[in-house]
Design a protein around this ligand. Structure first.
Ligand code: 5GP
Length: 115
């Protein structure tokens, strides 16, 4: 079953895509927690961080470098932002297609509260 994110990546359903290359796609979160809330997603479906393999090293690295690029594009790099990857039940992961949240554009709360 394709994930909702795979459908956005393939253009089958609308998504506000801000960046795409051969390994990752980034689009705005449908329910933003802050003025900037973008999801950076591998083009290949990897359900969770637990499913990463050594072959995914380039993809995992690209996710982080894409976060840096998007922070600059969005104008939040200097003031700062937060990168979050939720995993499974305790991490409150809702969509089982690995994704990194980039959240910024306002002062965030402490790490252990809902963002
Ligand atoms: P998780 O809890 O899995 O880390 O976060 C999933 C995120 O995906 C949530 O912030 C949610 O708002 C976002 N989301 C869920 N469905 C869609 C969708 O169809 N489109 C977009 N752009 N974001 C979505």
């Amino acid at each position: 079953m394709p994930t909702i994110f795979a459908k956005i990546i393939r253009g089958e359903i609308p998504g506000d895509i801000v960046y795409q290359d051969d390994l990752v796609t980034a689009f705005r979160d449908i329910n933003p927690a802050a003025p900037t809330h973008i999801l950076i997603v591998p083009n290949k479906v990897i359900p969770t961080v637990n499913d990463l393999t050594p072959e995914d090293e380039a993809t995992a690295g690209r996710m982080l470098l894409t976060a840096k690029k998007i922070a600059e594009q969005e104008g939040v790099a200097e003031d700062g932002y937060r990168l979050i990857i939720n995993c499974n039940k305790h991490g409150r992961q809702e969509v089982f297609h690995l994704h990194m949240h980039i959240i910024g554009g306002r002062q965030l709360g402490p790490m252990d509260v809902k963002i």
